[in-house]
Design a protein around this ligand. Sequence first.
Ligand code: TTP
Ligand code: MG
Length: 360
Amino acid sequence: MDTSRIVAHLDMDAFYVSVELLRRPDLRGKPVIVAGSGPRAVVTTASYEARKFGVGSAMPASRARRLCPDGVYLRPDFPYYRDTSRRIMAIIADLGVPYEPVSLDEAYIELTGLPYPVDTMTGVVRRIREELSLDASVGIGPNKLVAKVASDAEKPRGFVMLSRERAMARFADEPPRLIPGIGPKTAERLERLGVTTIAGLRELELDLLIERFGEHSGHSLFNRARFIDNAPVAVRERKSRSVENTFDRDLRGLPAMEEVLAGQAEKLAADLLKRDLRARNIAIKVRHDDFTTVTRAKTLPDPTDDAAVIAATAVELLRAYNPARPVRLLGVRAGEFDREGARRPPAGVQLRLDDLDEMD
Ligand code: TTP
Ligand code: MG
């Protein structure tokens, strides 16, 4: 087995609630619950204060109100959470290593090959705290499975590093459901086989697991009980990057529009530079006052991350199109990247998870 792999999982603490508290600091320390409205509404998240009343995610809001009648109930504001999520992911992206966002508030990060993987993650947590005033929990391990379970083990503000062996020992007496991928149905079937703990699951022979759960799931259960997981951190590369703005008042006339495009080209170029990307294709997006939307694109002879080249191309496209109606939105997009993906840092000293064991 490759013992030099190091993966982190980062998960924000009480995410929706924490984001709400940024604009409602008066609610800090109170039981706050973000839930939808209507008879079938469910709780999306509850502050740690509210969790003391037994309120939790996915619970019907009506039940939460009975358990915690004095709680503050807020409606979810998804655009606000999405925007905050982008900021978090941008901090992670700054590491320049592969990462995989799994939801608005969590991501896996491939730390293999980094000289100081632990410092790297404490740095991420610090930046999220300093720049966004939000708390995150982190798990570090030899694979995604250990990292994920570790990030959950000491929430909130957890920071747990475990080797595979340590993970097996630490979670031995926990129910199999602790392992992602083992849902209520599987847990029930395991219980009928007399298995109520992860250690108990390890006592079942592979053949029996395959017989009961099928080839694929049988193997998976066998491996996951041992915290074996070879899944890669799946980087989802975006095929293009863009900057766009909607205006409070519609724009008329080319000069005003060209000025906007020039500013957007600056931002886009900085973004490309940061991600070590050069684009072969530049496009503009124009949305009119009647919401008709057009895009115009041009392929360049050489890939670029140069603001002046991007701006000149965008302006050229705009002049050729020459909008006939007032414009409510303008944008510039860069695509067909020449060199995708992040710079790999030079391989330095490799911290092995055996070393981590000795540190705690
Ligand atoms: P989680 O990370 O599961 O929960 P959390 O961040 O609120 O709390 P913690 O990690 O500290 O235990 O989910 C992230 C967000 O996803 C959560 O804030 C709200 C949303 N969510 C739902 O909308 N429905 C759900 O059932 C769950 C579990 C989460
Ligand atoms: Mg979370």
